[in-house]
Design a protein around this ligand. Sequence first.
Ligand code: TUI
Length: 314
Amino acid sequence: MIQSRICSLLDIQYPIIQGGMAWVATAELAAAVSNAGGLGIIAAGNAPAAIIKNEIEKVKKLTTKPYGVNVMLLSPFVDEIMALIVEERVPVITTGAGNPGKYMPTLKAIGTKVIPVVPSVALAQRMERIGADAVIAEGTEAGGHIGELTTMVLVPQVADAVSIPVIAAGGIADGRGLLAGLALGAEGIQVGTRFICAEECIAHDRYKDAVLKAKDRDTVVTGRSTGHPVRIVKNKLSKEFEKLEKSGANPELLENLGAGRLRLSVVEGDVDQGSVMAGQIAGLVKEIKSCKEIVEEMVEEARKQYAAMASIMK
Ligand code: TUI
């Protein structure tokens, strides 16, 4: 057991929350993470409510443990996804890419725990004020849509600024990362990239291989000029983006270039033309393992690292 407010808040064994990765985080992955003692998350991404309703039904068959849904606030279906969450009494939601404030009163009224991803101290404080149960402080090392600050500087500043529990995210894929998150003042961690390479993850094998092969400097940030910076593994698509952004292409053209590209890589396995979202920690991910192995090894390694550090600090 790791005792933290995140474990009691979410009724889970280990304070390890799976990242909400569109197309990747289906019921299969979410159930496997929850069964391993963490909190599995179904990502709603840009999907309509009917698809996510099916995933929720599936996850309930695959696990009796708590699970969550990640709501991507830029989705055109965000209102119907929130209505589904209320209808299904989803125990926990995480949110990304925006401010969930307008949904908060309804969610609080039915007892859904709301955990927004925040890229700054100001947003963390705002979320606490309107009733968030915890916040995920996600650094720019993370994959997908990102903020500007690193995990190292964001987590301790958020932890000092709020009283609700903080979950560290961005750049965490092993036990050292878990311990580091706790050392920075977080009470739990969110892990995305490591779980892409889980046995139970339904992402295409070529997507998983691209993450396994990626080295430390193999991710790049595209879309800064559109106001939606997204970290992906370098490939033909990222080079095309780079070229267009350098030439001052208009943001609409760039947004259009990105449309449908995540599905292309995760589902079709086109890792040249598709968007291979992953964090900078992809360089540390070397093997496909089960969620149970990933979670248990992470906790075991954190304990060993803690003991090693204690002996250095004496
Ligand atoms: O949301 C993510 N990661 C994502 S979402 C996504 S889908 C997408 N694709 C293309 C463009 C945009 C999205 C892929 N990966 N992570 C959580 C996260 N949230 N990172 C940063 C933020 C964030 C940014 C600004 C949260 C709140 C925010 O505040 C804006 C405001 O309204 O104050």
